[in-house]
Design a protein around this ligand. Structure first.
Ligand code: PMP
Length: 293
């Protein structure tokens, strides 16, 4: 991914893509001191730009990293990077990380670097294709307790078990994996939140040890606008036997119906279809959907 044309915003200036490197002794590489954001741009407009910028700064604070740019400055930099790369339908990655000014666990005098990259990633999908649903493995890794890791930050280190879960799932032929949490409750997929439907009601785990996704909150709003009851609660894995529909939400995943999680089967139907369509209408700026949000 490093050998491309284009520009990356790097500590305040646009640098050629291939030159946007960092030193091997960067603290972030050794100790995982990095926080990031994944965002999408639709029709030239970044969906929830300010929310993503605020979350990046907050994730930094949680990791004791003060990002040396203001929220507005970073949001403007995202727009600048998109323009420099001529992207209107794409994915944006903002990242902040500790540099190589000192070596060791303590990193008091390391620089907090910030970069913004973006690339083309159209999100055209056929609803009938997506409605078949994806298959998820049930991961053996558990989301850690909030007092064992900074679970409310979008921190690079938290993705170690996500990559392990996803690799194992892919080896077994699944698209992704669902992870339980330290209590054995349903948590989330490796890069997306999860929802279930039963008797016309929507159930989703409380985000008390994993990311409360921006898409998750958006979809909860859309569901309520449609009159669906949304229940945030502890969900045990055995309950999955009784749920009728299931879907994932995330910036990259958008609303993705799920057909299978391990031994449990679901049939994507009305609720998946409705929320998939409402979400796409909203991100694309359709007026009725914006009003419903
Ligand atoms: N959980 C994890 C682990 C994620 O990586 C993501 C994607 N950022 C999400 C949930 C969904 O978050 P969002 O809707 O803000 O993209």
């Amino acid at each position: 991914f490093d050998n491309r044309d284009g520009f990356i915003w790097y500590n305040g200036e646009l640098k050629p893509w291939r030159e946007s490197t960092l030193h091997v002794l960067s603290h972030a590489v050794h100790y995982g001191s990095a926080v990031f954001e994944g965002e999408r741009c639709y029709n030239g407009k970044v969906f929830k730009l300010a929310e993503h910028g605020e979350r990046l700064i907050k994730s930094g604070e949680i990791l004791d990293m003060k990002i040396p740019y203001g929220a507005k400055e970073l949001d403007d930099a995202v727009i600048e990077t998109l323009a420099a790369n001529n992207i209107t339908e794409g994915y944006i990655r903002r990242i902040a990380w500790r540099g190589s000014e000192m070596m060791g666990v303590s990193a008091q005098t390391t620089r907090i670097n910030v970069a913004i990259a973006c690339w083309e990633w159209p999100s055209y999908f056929k609803p009938e294709e997506r409605l078949k649903g994806i298959r998820l493995d049930l991961s053996k890794w558990a989301r850690p307790a909030p007092n064992t890791a900074p679970t409310n930050a979008k921190a690079a280190g938290l993705y170690m078990i996500c990559t392990l879960s996803k690799h194992e799932a892919e080896r077994k032929g699944y698209a992704d994996a669902l992870m339980l949490d330290y209590r054995g409750q349903v948590a989330e997929a490796t890069g997306a939140n999860v929802f279930f439907i039963k008797d016309g009601k929507i159930h989703t785990p409380k985000p008390d040890c994993f990311l409360d996704g921006i898409t998750r909150r958006t979809v909860i709003g859309l569901a309520k606008a449609r009159g669906y009851e949304v229940i945030e609660r502890a969900i045990m894995p055995e309950e999955m036997a009784d749920f009728e529909e299931c879907f994932l939400t995330g910036t990259a995943a958008e609303v993705t119906p799920v057909a299978e999680i391990g031994q449990y089967k679901f049939t994507p139907a009305t609720v998946c279809k409705t929320l998939m369509e409402d979400y796409m209408a909203l991100v694309r700026g359709d007026k009725a959907a914006v009003a419903a949000e």
